[in-house]
Design a protein around this ligand. Sequence first.
Ligand code: NI
Length: 165
Amino acid sequence: MALLKIARLGHPVLLAPAAPVPDPTTPDMRRLVRDMAETMLDANGIGLAAPQIHESLRLFIWREGDAIRAIFNPVLTLGAETATSFEGCLSIPGLRGAVPRATQLTYTGLSPHGEAIAGEAHGLAARVMQHEADHLDGILYLRRMPDLSRLGFTEELARHREDPA
Ligand code: NI
């Protein structure tokens, strides 16, 4: 296992549309998922997309409770209802911003075993999945913010109670 270097805002890999993964079961992909999980935990993140570790592939991982889940070639279908909440990104360290996201979604994709998977997510899990899926299209959360006055350093937002998280 290995800790991977995380690309930061300004690196072009974060703006590029990522390529589909034909076979999630290769040794390289297995190692990539393991290394991404270790990297996400080390960075205290709740989600990580492959382009963030300089691999322009359609793969992300996320935490759901105690489990770490991985999905290849995800397709999300968003519900109509939205809610605005603060989120951060390991590629934009120190900052958080208020982003509207769908509160519910359904998804399809491939598991690390190469099996078709489908499911539904709500609340925080739905938010994390939308954030990570955006990374696969080269979209950072800043572009989803309708009001950039609600962007700030984590410490300052907490100090002024803008972001209760
Ligand atoms: Ni991110």
